[in-house]
Ligand binder design. Structure first.
Ligand SMILES: [Zn+2]
Length: 404
């Protein structure tokens, strides 16, 4: 499980997204202004993307896209299947599903946790602490076990994550349920992070983690034989989307894509702070505009139900990433989420409702989502450009849908 060479290769610094203050030591927020911290590294070049180490797969096939680590903790994450969805088209465009649900712990988070666990081993830390709506918790427990680290999981009681918590316990993690929502669990994780523990809460809290998502852009280009027109990404805070955005920027820089894919963030209308921020800046895309934000009530899309309470600026990082690609942020209602989950299951693809929001977005009535229904990111209508749905998490860990 743990290899002591062939980790990432990029020398990097940790840089504040707000004031630019930089440091070589890992930090979770800016010492000067409290802003979120991102990894900053030299631009990748074509020469950097040579052969990877023996047995490398997924993100480890592209070590030049990863922060430098001596350790590689891997369970075979990444290189997930891309399958055509014959029952749906986005106008003339074919639609494909990227089955992130088939990662080792059944969600996309494994790409990030492999990097986090590797960095924790490098630093000689005791364990991983994670605030999670469930998927990150199972992933952290999985990769802590693989790395021989301890794991403490903090989950908000609103997250309806019983099956996910069972998985964490089975993997040897200590589980603490915190009254309230994800943000409450997140605040507790911040209080615990420190000597001996790495915080792997994926809400941009640990700047190393989203780097594990960059190689997704390269996988998609390989699998499609071309760059997609758009990639639809379910988002809580959105580090997955930002990681993919960085990957397409890398792909453009080394000549593997003519332009970045339009990235479309999708949220459940009931918990949609980033969609609300997007609408304030840009208005709703198209006449339909997707769902209008609905007040109150829990969403079935628990894995992306992040209100960003206390770290609102993290949502700005995601909005900026979407803007750089010419994409959009949309919200979908509960009825369309249930319908999309059932439609995918009826075609043999069992995912959780949060993942199915990506399919719901295609049919959301947002008539002019860039790269999906309308012009692509370059402003032209490239009819052949495929649309990719990031199916972020498996159905096996999710609560059953309400009866039809
Ligand atoms: Zn700062």
């Amino acid at each position: 499980m743990t290899v002591t060479t062939n980790g990432g290769t990029r020398e990097h610094r940790f840089v504040c997204a707000l004031c630019g203050d930089a440091d070589r030591a890992l930090r979770y927020d800016c010492a000067r202004c409290g802003g979120p911290v991102l990894v900053d590294a030299a631009a990748v070049t074509a020469g950097d993307l040579g052969p990877a180490g023996l047995g490398a797969r997924g993100p480890w096939r592209f070590p030049a896209l990863l922060p430098r680590t001596e350790t590689r903790v891997s369970l075979g994450e990444g290189d997930t299947p891309l399958v055509p969805l014959s029952f749906v088209r986005a106008g003339p465009r074919p639609v494909f599903a990227k089955l992130e649900s088939l990662n080792p712990s059944l969600s996309f988070k494994d790409r990030a946790m492999a990097v986090g666990a590797s960095a924790a081993v490098d630093r000689g830390l005791h364990g991983l602490v994670v605030a999670s709506t469930g998927n990150a918790a199972v992933s952290a427990a999985t990769y802590a076990a693989a790395a021989g680290l301890s794991c403490t999981v903090l989950v908000g009681s609103e997250s309806q994550a019983a099956k996910k918590l069972d998985a964490c316990r089975a993997l040897g993690a200590e589980v603490q349920e915190i009254p309230g929502d994800y943000s409450a669990a997140y605040a507790r994780a911040r209080a615990l992070e420190g000597e001996g523990w790495m915080n792997v809460s994926t809400t941009y809290r640990n700047p190393l983690l989203a780097e594990g998502y960059r190689s997704i852009a390269f996988e998609l280009i390989e699998q499609l034989g071309r760059a997609p027109s758009a990639v639809i990404v379910p988002i809580g805070a959105g580090p997955l989307l930002r990681g993919i955005e960085r990957g397409f920027a890398d792909a453009v820089a080394v000549g593997r894509a003519p332009r970045p894919a339009a990235l479309v963030g999708v949220q459940a209308a009931r918990v949609a702070p980033i969609h609300a921020a997007w609408v304030r800046r840009h208005g709703s895309p198209g006449a339909g505009g997707g769902a209008t934000p609905a007040a109150g009530g829990p969403t079935l899309a628990t894995a992306i139900a992040d209100r960003l309470t206390g770290y609102e600026s993290h949502g700005d990082l995601t909005v900026a990433a979407v803007e750089r690609t010419g994409g959009a942020v949309v919200a979908v209602d509960e009825e369309s989420i249930v319908e999309a989950t059932r439609r995918l299951a009826a075609s043999g693809i069992w995912v959780e409702p949060s993942a199915a929001t990506a399919l719901a977005a295609v049919g959301s009535g947002a008539a002019a989502i860039p790269g999906v229904h309308g012009a692509d990111a370059s402003g032209g209508l490239d009819d052949d450009g495929p649309v990719v749905l990031m199916l972020t998490g498996h159905g096996a860990k999710a609560p059953a849908l309400p009866a039809a």
